[in-house]
Write a protein that binds this ligand. Structure first.
Ligand code: KIV
Length: 271
C-alpha cells in the first residue's frame, strides 16, 4: 500500500461548480513526484497520469503496451506530490476488457495509487462499466473523440466527428455516459463546434485537448508544453518554454491562458 495525500484535493463537486460558474479548469499530465508538486504549486486543478507515458517516458510508438503496473507505479509517484489537484489515472489498453477486470483494476488505482478518478476510452459501449464503477464509488472520466488505444481501428491519429453521423454518435455517447454516472468527459481532437455542443449539453465538466476553447477546461501533455517530447509537438499543443524563464513560469503561463480562455487559440483548434 502506498502513502498518498488526498484530503485537501479539489473535489468533483468543486469541478462541477467551476463549470456552472464558468471558471475554466486547467489540467496537465504528470508522471513523477517532482513535476506533480510543481504543477500543484502553479495552480493546475487536475493532474492526469496518462498512458501517454508509453510515448513520453518509455519511448514507445503507441500507448498499447503500457501495463497496469506501469500506471500504478507512476500514479503512486504523482499522488505523493499532490496536495490540491485532483488526480486521474488512465486505464491502460485491455485493462477494461471485461467489467470484472476493469472493476479490479480501477479499484487498484483508488486503493494503491491514490487516484480520485479513473479515465477510460470508449463510447456508449462502456455504459455498463461506467455504471458499475459509479455504483462502487469510483468516479469516471470518459474519453471520447480520438481514442489512442483504438489507433489501429481508427486507422491513425485523426480528428474525430467531422462527419454528421460520427458527430451525432459522439453527442449520444456523451449523453449515455453522463446518464450512466460519468463525472467528467474528455474530448480529444474534436471539431471546436461539436465540442462546444457537447459541453453545453453536459452537466458534468468537459475537458478538451484539440477540442477548441469552449470546453470547460483544457488538458495537454506536460512534456509537449515544455518542448521536450520526443518527436513533433502536436498542432493542438503549445510550447510554453519559449517565453518562460523556467518550468514553473511556463506552467503558470499555461494555467493563466486556460483560465482566461487565451488557450487554445484558433491555430490549436480544428474546424
Ligand atoms: O494519455 C494521456 O496523456 C491522455 C491525454 C492526451 C488526455 O489521455
Amino acid at each position: 500500500m502506498s502513502t498518498h495525500k488526498a484530503s485537501g484535493r479539489i473535489t468533483i463537486r468543486q469541478l462541477k461548480e467551476m463549470k456552472q460558474q464558468g471558471e475554466k479548469i486547467a489540467c496537465l499530465t504528470a508522471y513523477d513526484v517532482s513535476f506533480a508538486q510543481l504543477l500543484d504549486q502553479q495552480g493546475v486543478d487536475v493532474v492526469l497520469v496518462g498512458d501517454s507515458l508509453g510515448m513520453v517516458i518509455q519511448g514507445l510508438e503507441t500507448t498499447l503496451p503500457v501495463t497496469m503496473d506501469d500506471m500504478v507505479y507512476h500514479g503512486q509517484a504523482v499522488s505523493r506530490g499532490l496536495s490540491r489537484a485532483l488526480l486521474i489515472v488512465d486505464m491502460p489498453f485491455m485493462s477494461d476488457a471485461s467489467v470484472e477486470q476493469a472493476v479490479a483494476n480501477a479499484g487498484r488505482f483508488m486503493k494503491q495509487a491514490g487516484a480520485n478518478m479513473v479515465k477510460l476510452e470508449g463510447g456508449a459501449d462502456q455504459r455498463e462499466l461506467v455504471s458499475t464503477l459509479t455504483r462502487l464509488g469510483i468516479p469516471v472520466c470518459a474519453h471520447l473523440g480520438l481514442q489512442p488505444q483504438r489507433v489501429h481501428k481508427l486507422g491513425g491519429y485523426r480528428v474525430q466527428g467531422r462527419e454528421d453521423a460520427v458527430a451525432e454518435k459522439m453527442l449520444e455517447d456523451a449523453r449515455v455516459l453522463e446518464q450512466a454516472g460519468a463525472d467528467m468527459l474528455l474530448l480529444e481532437c474534436v471539431p471546436a463546434a461539436l465540442a462546444k455542443q457537447i459541453t453545453q449539453q453536459a452537466q458534468i465538466p468537459v475537458i478538451g485537448i484539440g477540442a477548441g476553447v469552449d470546453c470547460d477546461g483544457q488538458i495537454l501533455v506536460l512534456y509537449d508544453i515544455l518542448g521536450i517530447s520526443a518527436g513533433k509537438i502536436p498542432r493542438f499543443s503549445k510550447n510554453y518554454m519559449q517565453q518562460a524563464g523556467d518550468i514553473a513560469e511556463a506552467v503558470k503561463h499555461y494555467v493563466d491562458d486556460v483560465k482566461h480562455s487565451r488557450f487554445p487559440a484558433d491555430e490549436h483548434s480544428f474546424q
